[in-house]
Design a protein around this ligand. Sequence first.
Ligand SMILES: Nc1ncnc2c1ncn2[C@@H]1O[C@H](COP(=O)(O)OP(=O)(O)O)[C@@H](O)[C@H]1O
Ligand code: SF4
Ligand SMILES: [Mg+2]
Length: 397
Amino acid sequence: MTETNAVATAGAGSGGDADVLLQVENLVKYFPVSSRGLFQEKLYVHAVEGVSLSVRRGQTFGIVGETGSGKSTLARCVARLYDITSGRVIFDGQDITKLSQRRMRPLRREIQMIFQDPIGSLNPRRRVGSIIGDPFAIHGTASGAERKRRVQELMERVGLNPEHYNRFPAEFSGGQRQRIGVARALAFQPKLIICDEPVSALDVSIQAQVINLLADLQSEFGLTYIFIAHDLSVVRHVSNTVGVMYLGKLTEVAPSEELFTVPRHPYTGALLSAVPVPDPDQSDERQQIILVGDVPSPILPPSGCRFHPRCPKAAPVCVSTDPPLEPRLGDGPQHTAACHLPMAAGENLGDFHPSIDETERIIETPSILLDGDEDGGVPGATSVGGSLSQSGEGSQS
Ligand SMILES: Nc1ncnc2c1ncn2[C@@H]1O[C@H](COP(=O)(O)OP(=O)(O)O)[C@@H](O)[C@H]1O
Ligand code: SF4
Ligand SMILES: [Mg+2]
């Protein structure tokens, strides 16, 4: 997964390219929440706001961002577990944006998801052998002794003891349960695996094992991954391309090494400043950037650049105009950033102070009214808002 010579196409615009397995165009996902005010104005969580990206076959697109930035929602829209408010998802050359459940069914096995909490997605009352064997049963591809043989082969391939075929999920450790989830996903012979924080709940030593397993399987089976994490150091080593999300938007997309060496967006710069440096001699040179303020509400996101209330470089143009995601400072087409005042190589964010003061920031824009509710009620969703993450915590939660 780490070969950077095979750099994925970043951003939109590569439609029609046979190498592109997944193309997401201007994807928007709003969740309706309770109404407010005298006229019962309808409010929406702007969970994903105009995301475009493409993922090439056999490669990994990493997505990183704080909790609440819209990563899981984007993943679920791509897998069509959620209906999409607007935009398009093109998978393997087919527009799947509006496919009915029935027409999605054959594609479901081609897009598999691996979740952070494998126990939540594994039925505790079923034996592991039958859980992993489901895909063979569902598709009638193997039964009886043949199914057992293939399940045990898979168990062995993902590093589980095939003799544990009859055990229940609770009898396995966290890392082993994640391997069960991987084996089950593999049994479907998917084209795309969306890994949504697959190692976030695991100990660091186990994280590396699961990541290495995913990397080995990728080269063996030519798999394509979307790999989501809130930890930059995790996505760095697994991704060909990385996209950084903030409040529902992609703020920067770049080939992995380039993002880490020449970040253009101040948000990426701030996230990177919080990643521990392995070499203690270097750590003195790097200043950790503590972002001011909380992550604003995704119900009434800030005007212009959504990062402006917290950005050390914010200027008046950032409040009035939303910067497009495009190449900056002479970067190639694969490195795009949504920023009016991108960072030059070696620039130190700590040297900057916003040229606007607090009163000039527009933290709540008027909400957008939609025609009808796409998703029905979403009880409990009103608790989202400005409490997603505290400032001063290295800006990752
Ligand atoms: N079903 C839902 N109903 C209402 N709001 C939701 C729902 N799912 C997610 N959200 C909100 O959408 C935003 C993005 O959430 P999510 O995609 O889970 O972010 P992440 O995976 O980056 O942590 C958050 O503000 C979250 O509270
Ligand atoms: S557009 Fe302005 S506020 Fe947004 S990241 Fe760039 S400098 Fe900061
Ligand atoms: Mg998530």
